[in-house]
Write a protein that binds this ligand. Structure first.
Ligand code: ZN
Length: 256
């Protein structure tokens, strides 16, 4: 069942230098105008797992599905001040399947893909955590991209987008290691997606330090802001009704 949500919550946003640099150039549409009824670009944010499928589990029993949702919500909040429509594949602890189904996981992934197709999305971002119990010293965020999307935009490729998000995570999370984004097509969602698709593995649950970090709301805010910054470095989406007013007495910028 399709679950979608437009999110208009005003959030505090870091007005990045990258965004300002983007504004210096012409902004370009993310998707062809016909793709969305309101001619607004659409991004699908997919919080991985949910419901019966908890995903990876930390040593203390914290489930990946809950952290994924927290990050996805924060990412949607980051995007909410920009000229974009956000469609969440889920916004609660549930999966997209019928309880009576014998093929819940398959149904769930198929339903998520359907949302990507039917929303007319120009970009899909799936949020996950990683786990590698064989070596608990492995850590860090890693971005994957689907190599063979059916393009809905010629503005960027999934690889460009993944690399931009990876770099932003490197700069803003600064875990001390350089990484490059990687191709991935071994999961259903990443096989022939209708639009550029990236999967952000936001850290390793199997690493005690990182498992602790992702339980912090502040850390997740920084992480979500970094993901959004990486995305908008490529999209250059303008802010909604952003009218800066300079007050000469206190030099503060007010958002109209
Ligand atoms: Zn996962």
């Amino acid at each position: 069942m399709r679950q979608s949500l437009k999110i208009y919550t005003a959030g505090l946003l870091s007005f990045s230098l990258g965004f300002m640099a983007c504004l210096a150039f012409m902004t370009v549409p993310l998707v062809p105008a016909a793709a969305s009824p309101e001619d607004t670009p659409v991004i699908v944010i997919d919080a991985g797992h949910g419901g019966f499928d908890g995903g990876a589990e930390a040593a203390d029993g914290t489930k990946e599905k809950d952290i994924n949702l927290a990050i996805a919500r924060k990412l949607a909040e980051e995007a909410s001040d920009y000229e974009v429509e956000i469609v969440m594949t889920r916004d609660g602890d549930y999966g997209l399947y019928e309880e009576s189904s014998a093929t819940k996981k398959q149904d769930d992934l198929t339903a998520r893909k359907k949302i990507m197709v039917e929303s007319g999305a120009g970009l899909a971002v799936s949020i996950h955590l990683n786990s590698f119990p064989q070596d608990s010293s492995v850590y860090g965020a890693q971005v994957f991209y689907a190599p063979d999307e059916q393009q809905r935009t010629d503005v960027f490729t999934a690889e460009d987008m993944a690399e931009s998000v990876q770099k932003s995570l490197e700069i803003n999370i600064s875990d001390g290691r350089e990484r490059t984004s990687m191709k991935k097509n071994d999961v259903l969602l990443m096989k022939d997606p209708p639009c550029p698709f990236i999967m952000v593995d936001c850290g390793f649950f199997s690493c005690a330090v990182e498992a602790e970090k992702v339980k912090s709301a502040e850390y997740l805010s920084v992480l979500a802001a970094a993901v959004w910054q990486g995305i908008n470095e490529k999209l250059c989406l303008p802010m909604k009704n952003h009218v800066p007013v300079i007050d000469s007495t206190n030099k503060e910028e007010n958002m109209a």
